[in-house]
Design a protein around this ligand. Structure first.
Ligand SMILES: Nc1nc2c(ncn2[C@@H]2O[C@H](COP(=O)(O)OP(=O)(O)OP(=O)(O)O)[C@@H](O)[C@H]2O)c(=O)[nH]1
Length: 340
């Protein structure tokens, strides 16, 4: 049998939507900015599977110089615990933020969250604050902010879950009340505030939009699930084309893969016809649960080069991003209104 050759380039970035900036994102961002003067720390969450792509330049711009802790969430979905690959990956990720305290967390690991508690507890600059220390947890939608706060509370003060979490973005819509995560004898306790996930007004690079959608930062209905699985398949094949052997031989063809997947998992419509969209959503869910390989969607070496090359590294300001989003909407409506 001929040897399987994965695709080295993903062929169709064409008609992918590039924005998902909702009313509560805009309102949340503006409220966060107004609250900054009463905040000691920003805890910025990024997704471990897309450590560079899940940085939101809008948040970086808005939150400016406030002291920052960077937390890469969902570590369990991006690497194998204690492996040398994990150590190397995390060394590279750390190098992106040499001036911030950087943590990697998995909701399954108590030790990961405890490291953050230790850091906050020992922070000399907030030890003697009479009113206590306030940290605001920010990041893209669905990145795991509320989950992180629940864990910090549980491991810090032994209390049960305080915040609602869920598999789709937008569970948190407003800035929450302070949640105590550390008690200090001095009375300078540490409180953490949850915030609504904020997306960008416009994502200049269509591939980044696919990565963010796969990580769950945009609602599943925004991009066709079959396109998402096609893009995921491209990545899976580059890492381990055996990862889906339960359902299919290695393949670069998304529809036949989804047909066999639907047959083998019983996702059939009328007359036993495979339900392709439903199969695509289930396939993505399996990957999000860590069942079809654990790897990063970002190429860290390429990202490192890009970040060090000023000609390739011009993040859009909020105004530019909003303008780009308006232009893209106008282009779309012009195309739709053209006579046949
Ligand atoms: N496997 C895994 N899943 C996680 C982890 N952290 C969070 N999740 C899951 O990710 C989903 C989103 O988590 P949330 O805590 O609701 O995310 P959020 O950032 O508060 O979301 P918004 O309400 O959109 O702002 C939930 O299904 C969590 O169970 C993690 O470390 N590992």
């Amino acid at each position: 049998m001929a040897q399987f050759v994965p695709r080295h380039v993903f062929p169709h970035y064409g008609a992918i939507p590039r924005s998902y900036f909702l009313g509560h994102h805009r309102a949340g961002l503006s409220k966060m900015k107004n609250m900054l003067s009463s905040i000691d720390y920003v805890v910025e969450c990024r997704d471990y599977r897309a450590p560079v792509t899940s940085i939101n330049p809008m948040l970086e711009e808005a939150l400016g110089k406030t002291r920052r802790i960077v937390v890469y969430t969902k570590r369990d979905l991006g690497s194998i615990p204690q492996s040398s690959a994990q150590r190397l990956t995390e060394k590279k990720i750390r190098s992106f933020d040499p001036d911030s305290a950087v943590f990697f967390t998995s909701a399954r690991s108590r030790a990961d969250s405890t490291q953050i508690i230790k850091h906050l507890r020992n922070d000399a600059e907030t030890l003697d604050k009479i009113v206590g220390c306030r940290a605001m947890v920010v990041g893209m939608p669905n990145v795991g902010k509320s989950t992180l706060i629940n864990h910090l509370r549980n491991y810090g003060v032994g209390k049960a879950k305080a915040l609602k979490t869920g598999g789709q973005p937008g569970i948190t819509r407003k800035i929450g009340s302070p949640v105590k995560v550390i008690e200090r004898e001095s009375g300078s306790h540490v409180y953490v505030l949850d915030t609504p996930g904020v997306f960008m007004p416009y994502v200049p690079n269509a591939e980044n939009m696919l990565k963010l959608a796969l990580c769950g930062c945009v609602k599943d209905a925004v991009i066709s699930p079959v396109t998402l699985v096609d893009y995921l398949l491209y990545h899976i094949n580059l890492h381990d084309a055996q990862a889906y052997h339960r359902w299919s031989e290695p393949t670069n063809e998304v529809v036949p893969l989804l047909e066999t997947f639907a047959r083998k998992t019983g996702l059939l419509g009328k007359g036993g016809v495979p339900n392709i969209d439903s199969a695509a959503l289930h396939f993505i869910q399996k990957w999000r649960a860590g069942d079809i390989g654990r790897f990063l969607l970002d190429d860290l070496d390429a990202e490192h080069q890009r970040l060090n090359d000023p000609s390739q590294n011009t993040p859009l300001s909020m105004t530019q991003a909003l303008k780009a989003e308006r232009m893209s909407r106008k282009e779309k409506s012009d195309v739709n209104n053209q006579p046949e």
